[in-house]
Design a protein. Structure first.
Length: 333
């Protein structure tokens, strides 16, 4: 749970610095995002600049590239006013840039955001980097990528800051993003609901329930029974991003999209097409494809889970994830 704490966004103010608690932020929202009375859920908007020389395609003849350019332009607009540079984040300690995976063979960098199909992306990265000799990502057990991803991390290469910066400037860089509230709900369901994770239940759920239910309430020693409301209360109580677990830390605090110029922005809604195009863009083997899966459809469950979340807490959540909402074009209605 370590990463650099930074202020979140101000829309029309002086350029931001990267340190400080996000609780001092103004309440900035995208267009038409007044929460209003009652339950208001999040809606996806419809949905990076250099490309490798072997894949030069004009925007006019390629709608996918046009959409990528539109997404990157939205990030640039949303990041206006941030005083951030790649050099702000080039590794100086283990806590910096730990989400960046590198593939030198294909000159590609992937910044992973948990709960955006990152297990399958890590499977692909293991194949791309030659860490395993298989052709089908599904042959790799789902637990393996998280055990070995350290070997693929950019920070493991023991490069100088200038060398890291050169790779970040010249390699094809990709990020996968998802609606912030869907991602938050997915983290809750995956870590705390049946079957959940025994580690997360004991490390997070147990102390959260003990804190909010009081000493006289019975709390299972296994950490079972955490409600979504209690989880939201915990998340909104955190004062700095460095206190966030990566599974619910904002994407902007993991991958620094206002400093790193991503070439491909993959959206969870268009994952299949975006993944295929990215793999072809970097020159991946023709028979290597993103695994077809049936991911948990948390978008259909948002209304039910947010029905009991008070308006004030919804607004507090929005403020925490507001930069993700703005630069990746997710809106509140």
């Amino acid at each position: 749970m370590t990463a650099t704490a930074r202020d979140s966004e101000q829309e029309q103010a002086a350029p931001m610095r990267r340190e400080g608690p996000f609780t001092t932020l103004p309440s900035v929202r995208p267009n038409q995002t007044d929460f209003g009375p009652g339950v208001h859920l999040m809606r996806r908007a419809s949905s990076g600049d250099d490309q490798p020389e072997h894949k030069q395609v004009s925007v006019a003849e390629d709608p996918w590239k046009a959409e990528q350019d539109r997404r990157k332009a939205a990030v640039a607009r949303g990041c206006a006013g941030w005083r951030e540079a790649v050099s702000d984040y080039t590794p100086s300690s283990w806590g910096d840039m730990t989400s960046f995976l590198v593939d030198d063979k294909h000159k590609a960098i992937y910044c992973y955001v948990p709960k955006t199909a990152c297990t399958n992306w890590k499977r692909l990265w293991m194949i791309l980097t030659g860490l395993v000799e298989v052709n089908d990502p599904k042959e790799i057990h789902s637990s393996i990528p998280h055990l070995v991803h350290n070997k693929m991390r950019l920070v493991r290469q023991k490069l100088t800051k200038s060398q890291v910066q050169k790779k970040l400037e010249t390699y094809t860089k990709m990020i996968v993003v998802r609606h912030p509230f869907e991602r938050l709900l997915s983290a809750y369901l995956d870590k705390f609901v049946d079957p959940g994770s025994s580690f997360y239940k004991k490390s997070f759920a147990l102390p959260i329930m003990q804190k909010y239910r009081g000493k006289d309430s019975h709390v299972s020693e296994t950490g079972d029974g955490l409600t979504f409301g209690e989880f939201v209360k915990y998340v909104t109580s955190l004062k700095q991003y460095r206190h966030f677990d990566e599974h619910w830390k904002p994407a902007a605090e993991l991958c620094y999209p206002c400093a790193v110029r991503y070439d491909v922005i993959v959206k969870y809604d268009t994952l299949a097409e975006d993944a295929e195009r990215f793999l072809r863009l970097i020159g991946a083997p023709a028979d290597l494809h993103f695994p077809t899966t049936n991911p948990r459809n948390t978008s259909s469950q948002l209304k039910r889970y947010f029905a009991d979340i008070p308006r004030k807490q919804q607004e507090e959540l929005f403020r925490i994830y507001q930069r993700d909402f703005k630069i990746f074009e997710y809106e509140a209605i």
